[in-house]
Design a protein around this ligand. Structure first.
Ligand code: DOR
Ligand code: ZN
Length: 452
């Protein structure tokens, strides 16, 4: 039995029900058991801890639907345990991990291995995206039905695109029959061969191979057309270009079942950051231009893009110390993304707090099909996954303090505002920060995280 918690006087926001009001929230027995707007109505049960939440936001546990946890195969970069701890430190109660591990997550037994490790870590919940093709090689369908049966929530070959139209059609057909989302890494490899950064004046100046936006756009166009036949739930990962926003907007206007996600780096950084051959800025898809950033934010404002995802991609310092052309693509994000989303979207006045919370809770929950299990909502009787956010705390991103095993963060040193102060998973308090640095003083009670 875990300690009950009364979160007193915070701004409770539940975008799914439209709740946005000052309220007390009682967490007990692994669940949110009561929410009351009448001050003092909820009396804390015996043994409860009271957390004063005035000036803070009390929201459904944040969900990151796109992270790389590197296990099996590269536990020098991250483990499921370190990644799940990093998630909690960043305010996330659930993440969905990608299958580009070694071996790839393309069998039910590998899905179960990840679930077992996640369970043992006792940190954030880890949902698994299975590979769509065997070894992510794009040639043969992976046993998606069998993986779904043991709990895979989505399918993707992320890190690589399902490039063949023939294979894509088959994958969409299977995903439609399973009612699982297919998440596409949109990259026509014939257009990006030799590319390491956005194609443009900066790549020309640096003498680096260019990666054009059209490589992403032609895949989305093609898949939208293919999916008119299959009507699977189709999701664009880490959307990076203005042209892509346009295509998704049009497809959604035509009521096609398509969603898209944006990542913090594509909201805040441009290709200029690759100057000086800065490998921390090397990412797939690449950082692009101010124009693309504006279009992506516009897409979030008008509801074209409904999901935020970090694409947390840990790499060792030794790998990132290689020259720009051979260093790996990717950057970590879970532990600073909340403040970055706040900066790009709320501080800028683009969207409201309630909308930001929707993009981080109910929307990704629906994407992964875990809303039906009560995730992504703050409601009595539903999951005790709750995040408390202190929107005023100012802090400096210091990658050396991260729980992640990797340090490849281009935002290191940035001064930002807003941070998760408390995180509850299945009613269990995993993060108690009074504002800032006390990140993750973990109480000792040990409660089995309830099954996914
Ligand atoms: O930059 C990236 N890194 N993009 C991806 O799609 C894969 C990821 C990784 O696994 O490192
Ligand atoms: Zn990824």
């Amino acid at each position: 039995m875990s300690t009950p918690f009364l979160l007193r006087g915070g701004r409770a926001i539940d975008p799914a029900s439209g709740r946005d009001e000052t309220a007390d929230v009682l967490i007990a027995d692994g669940l949110v058991v009561a929410i009351s707007t009448k001050r003092g109505e909820l009396t804390p049960p015996a043994g409860a801890r009271v957390i004063e939440c005035e000036g803070r936001l009390v929201v459904p546990g944040l969900i990151d639907p796109h992270v790389h946890l590197r296990e099996p195969g590269a536990d020098d970069k991250e483990t499921i345990a370190s990644g799940a701890a990093a998630a909690v430190a960043g305010g996330f109660t659930s993440v969905c991990c990608m299958p580009n591990t070694t071996p790839a997550i393309d069998l039910p037994s590998t899905v179960e291995f990840v679930q077992m490790r996640a369970q043992a870590s006792q940190r954030a919940r880890v949902f698994v995206a299975g590979a769509a093709t065997v070894g992510r090689a794009g040639e043969q369908l992976a046993p998606m039905g069998a993986m779904a049966q043991v709990g895979a929530v989505a399918f993707t070959d992320d890190g690589d695109c399902v490039a063949s139209a023939g294979m894509m059609g088959k994958v969409l057909a299977v995903c439609a029959s399973l009612d699982k989302v297919f998440m596409q890494h949109c990259q026509d490899p014939t257009l990006t061969a030799g590319g390491v950064m956005n194609a443009g004046v900066v790549s020309a100046r640096l003498g680096l191979g260019g990666w054009p936006a059209v490589a992403e756009e032609v895949i989305i166009e093609r898949d939208v057309r293919l999916n008119r036949i299959h009507q699977a739930r189709y999701h664009v990962q880490h959307l990076s270009s203005a042209g892509s926003v346009e295509i998704v907007r049009e497809a959604r206007a035509q009521k096609q079942p398509i969603t898209a996600e944006a990542s913090p780096h594509h909201l805040l950084l441009t290709e200029e950051m690759c100057g000086g051959y800065n490998t921390q800025a090397k990412v797939n898809p690449p950082l692009r231009s101010d124009r693309d950033i504006h279009a992506i934010i516009e897409g979030i404002v008008d509801g074209t893009i409904t999901i935020l995802a970090t694409d947390h991609a840990p790499h060792t310092s030794a790998e990132k110390a290689r020259d720009f052309s051979t260093a790996p693509f990717g950057m970590i994000g879970m532990e600073c993304s909340l403040a970055l989303y706040i900066k790009a979207l709320v501080e800028s006045g683009a969207i409201s707090w309630a909308r930001l919370i929707a993009l981080l809770t109910i929307e990704p929950a629906r994407l992964l099909g875990i809303d039906a299990r009560g995730h992504g909502r703050l409601e009595p009787g539903l999951s005790g996954d709750v995040t408390v956010i202190d929107p005023t705390v100012e802090w400096t991103i210091d990658a050396d303090e991260f729980k992640s095993k990797s340090r490849n963060c281009p935002f290191n040193g940035w001064k930002v505002k807003g941070r998760a102060s408390n995180v509850f998973v299945a009613g269990r308090c995993l993060l108690i920060g009074d504002g800032v640095a006390s990140a993750a003083r973990v109480p000792s009670q040990s409660v089995r995280l309830d099954a996914l």
